[in-house]
Design a protein around this ligand. Structure first.
Ligand SMILES: [Zn+2]
Length: 405
């Protein structure tokens, strides 16, 4: 954690003369929480990332007067340049607001900033709350969340600060939001910034969604495909890219995706005739036969999010194409099969929320297959994964009791 009040814990150098800097104030850019310093040697004002979220790995420094940005070259395009641009073109939208809910009073607090322009990143940051609540009981935990994550804030936090910022504008810098957060910070003697790790390893999803994880002892279960319409179950990525621009191509891809889901379900249905075969997720294009429980939605709100989590929790296995769409399904379902596009292998496991502490059980429960995997192979793996679970768990239970988490 980084102390930001009464003094700011920060080490950095001037962009112009490399002299050591001493931070004078914090700037709440939005995604970035920054230390602002005036160089005692050359007088330049330098805005630098405090190490939280992505900035733990790729922190940037900005000299706003000269319009220069310094930091990791690899992440510059999506993380550095938008940061500089946001400060050069502040968004003076007066409707931006901070809805403050207070549950307990503390003089010493941790602030967990979950603002991000990617849904998955915001959610992953929020998961840090569980560890803070366990490990820092002497401090109050404050979470800053976009409105769409408010429903997932766990009980026990001291305060929730909800920002009415749309995901599409979350890279913007709102000076008004900076002022609103500063005004709230006045109430505390000591403030620490959570590192907001991108992948919190130790958390219980039920504390966030209120929905129980899958019960393996249940006779009835679902097999669920996680539908999305912008990252198709189609191996040739060039057509997926064309589909984003040409609706006729997109329509064909979705029809093909629908056909594959039905074919996969048909194969599994012969093995598990009493299972409920479900399509869940975002987008309602194409239709399914009546034996498929079509739970797709055109858009998410708090209620549909919870309904979806319930469906994931009832699923013995969820299958879907790699992406943030797999986060909540994998967290609640018994088992998961993640279909990996060729270019996403370096991102393995980043879209899975592991709820299993035994590595052998985790290897069984969370599986990764190439997106282009033959449908018959996928069906066979899913069938064996479901039917073999009890045997596997018993076989492995000799040395360590298999945990559900
Ligand atoms: Zn300087």
């Amino acid at each position: 954690m980084i102390r930001i009040k009464p003094s700011i814990e920060f080490k950095g150098n001037c962009l112009r003369c490399e002299a050591d800097l001493a931070a004078g104030r914090v700037l709440w850019q939005g995604i970035h929480v920054c230390a602002v310093s005036e160089c005692s040697n050359c007088g330049a004002e330098i805005i630098a990332d405090l190490k939280a979220g992505q900035a733990l790995f790729t922190a940037y420094r900005i000299d706003l007067a000269k319009g220069t940005l310094s930091g990791d070259e690899g992440q510059r395009r999506w993380f550095g340049t938008p940061f500089l641009s946001s400060l050069q073109h502040p968004d003076h939208d007066r409707t931006i607001s901070l809805n403050v809910e207070q549950f307990s009073r503390h003089s010493k607090v941790i602030i967990l900033n979950c603002i991000d322009f990617l849904y998955g990143h915001s959610l992953l940051k929020l998961l840090n709350a569980d560890a803070h609540l366990r490990e820092n009981p002497d401090m109050g935990l404050i979470v800053i969340v976009p409105r769409y994550l408010r429903w997932m804030v766990p009980e026990g936090v001291a305060e929730i600060w909800t920002v009415n910022m749309p995901l599409a504008k979350a890279q913007n810098f709102y000076p008004r939001l900076d002022q609103l957060i500063h005004a709230e910070c006045e109430r505390f003697d000591e403030i620490y910034l959570s590192p907001a790790h991108s992948h919190s390893a130790d958390f219980d999803i039920t504390r966030f969604t209120g929905i129980k994880r899958h019960d393996f002892s249940s006779e009835r279960f679902r097999v669920t495909f996680i539908w999305r319409e912008d990252r198709h179950w189609f191996v040739r990525r060039i057509w997926v890219r064309i589909g984003r621009r040409l609706s006729v191509v997109k329509s064909l891809l979705l029809r093909w995706q629908n056909f594959k889901v039905r074919k996969l379900f048909s194969a599994l249905r012969t093995e598990f005739p009493t299972a409920e075969f479900t399509v869940a997720g975002l987008g309602t294009t194409t239709a399914f036969p009546s034996w498929v429980d079509d739970r797709r939605v055109a858009g998410f709100d708090d209620e549909t999010e919870q309904q979806m989590c319930r469906i994931y929790g009832e699923s013995r296995v969820v299958i879907g194409v790699h992406g943030s769409n797999m986060l909540l399904p994998s967290a609640h379902a018994g088992m998961t099969i993640d279909l990996m596009p060729d270019d996403r292998w370096p991102n393995l496991a980043q879209d899975m929320l592991y709820q299993e502490t035994d590595s052998r059980m985790a290897a069984y429960r969370y599986r990764y297959l190439p997106l282009g995997c033959k449908l018959s192979t996928l069906a066979l793996i899913a069938i064996r994964q479901i039917s073999g679970w009890d045997w596997f768990r018993n076989a492995m239970a000799d040395r360590k009791k298999a945990g559900d988490r």
